[in-house]
Design a protein around this ligand. Structure first.
Ligand code: SF4
Ligand code: SF4
Length: 299
């Protein structure tokens, strides 16, 4: 009997909340049931914990970028005059385009009397199909230098991970989502069955949580909250609990402050491997709870 794939996306209002460490621990706990997708493509660091063996690597192209053919360019400067993004510069008696500034609007090519400007597919980055050191399939990516179109690269990573999960009849697609509430997060949330929000009890943390909740509410996805370092500010932790209760967000766990997060990361280990009887226990409980919440069969 084929499994019905469930998609769990782990996000946070900002970076540095322990999101990737927690997701990596869930990957260990999920074992052979999982395909892992690292959709935090702007700051991808899942590979540090998963030490992937790359099986397939592909360039990802999206959008367009202009390029001037120097053999055709007469140096009239018309294109530089119309480019609103200051992407075109004079170089000796010709003009050249700075790819990092080009927004691909296509206006330059339209004004060039010599048809010297071509629109090419832009290389946004590379994506990889790998096997992690755990044996878990991992789809991940590296955003190209200066590329800011990460929403489309996130969608590519998720689509490939989903395809693989279905082909291999896995139960769970586990996604390490990007921080914030921008386009990459929207791309990561599309199609999710459950969202895990990792939050810290700081004043900015509760502000981030409210923004994330507004976004999730639009998608109508069930969600749960892990309060990491809950004991660094109990007043804000209580405020977070009141907020999530009123917003219908499940309370998954309170994890105490623990330097293990950093120590484990520097050793290339997940928390459940590095501290199985310490903070790892909170993550085991969290994973069981998440599985129940999305109505997966218990092992
Ligand atoms: S408009 Fe065309 S010919 Fe003129 S500077 Fe630009 S690329 Fe060169
Ligand atoms: S395509 Fe648009 S942004 Fe790019 S160089 Fe031409 S005018 Fe500038």
């Amino acid at each position: 009997m084929r499994h019905q794939l469930k998609e769990i996306v782990v996000i946070s209002g900002k970076g540095g909340t322990g999101k990737t460490s927690i997701t990596a621990s869930f990957a260990v706990l999920g074992g052979a049931d999982i395909v892992l997708a690292d959709c935090d493509v702007d700051a991808a660091d899942m590979h540090l914990l998963m030490q992937p063996d790359i099986q397939q690597s592909e360039a990802f192209f999206s959008g367009a970028i202009a390029k001037i053919d120097p053999d055709l360019c007469t140096g009239c400067g018309l294109c530089a005059e119309v480019c609103r993004f200051d992407a075109i510069f004079q170089q000796d008696d010709k003009y050249v385009i700075e790819p990092m500034n080009c927004e691909g609007c296509g206006y330059g090519p339209r004004v060039c009397p010599e048809a010297a400007i071509n629109m090419l597919d832009a290389n946004v980055g590379d994506w990889y199909k790998s096997i992690s050191r755990l044996g878990t399939p991992l789809i991940h990516a590296k955003l190209g230098i200066g590329a800011d179109n990460s929403g489309k690269l996130v969608t590519k990573v998720k689509d490939e991970a989903k395809r693989l999960a279905i082909a291999e009849d896995k139960q769970i697609l586990l996604v390490d989502g990007p921080p914030g509430v921008g386009c990459p997060v929207v791309a990561a949330l599309a199609g999710a069955d459950y969202v895990v929000i990792v939050i810290e009890p700081t004043v900015s943390g509760i502000h981030d949580l409210k923004r994330v909740q507004e976004l999730i509410a639009k998608f109508r996805i069930n969600s749960g909250c892990i309060i990491n370092k809950f004991d660094i500010n109990l007043d804000v932790t209580n405020e977070i609990k009141k907020f999530i209760s009123a917003a219908g967000i499940d309370h998954i766990a309170d994890i105490p402050y623990d330097v293990t997060f950093t120590k484990a990361m520097t050793k290339g280990k997940t928390i459940v491997e590095y501290s199985p009887e310490g903070t790892g226990k909170y993550l085991k409980t969290s994973w069981q709870k998440i599985k129940q919440l999305i109505q997966l069969e218990s092992e």
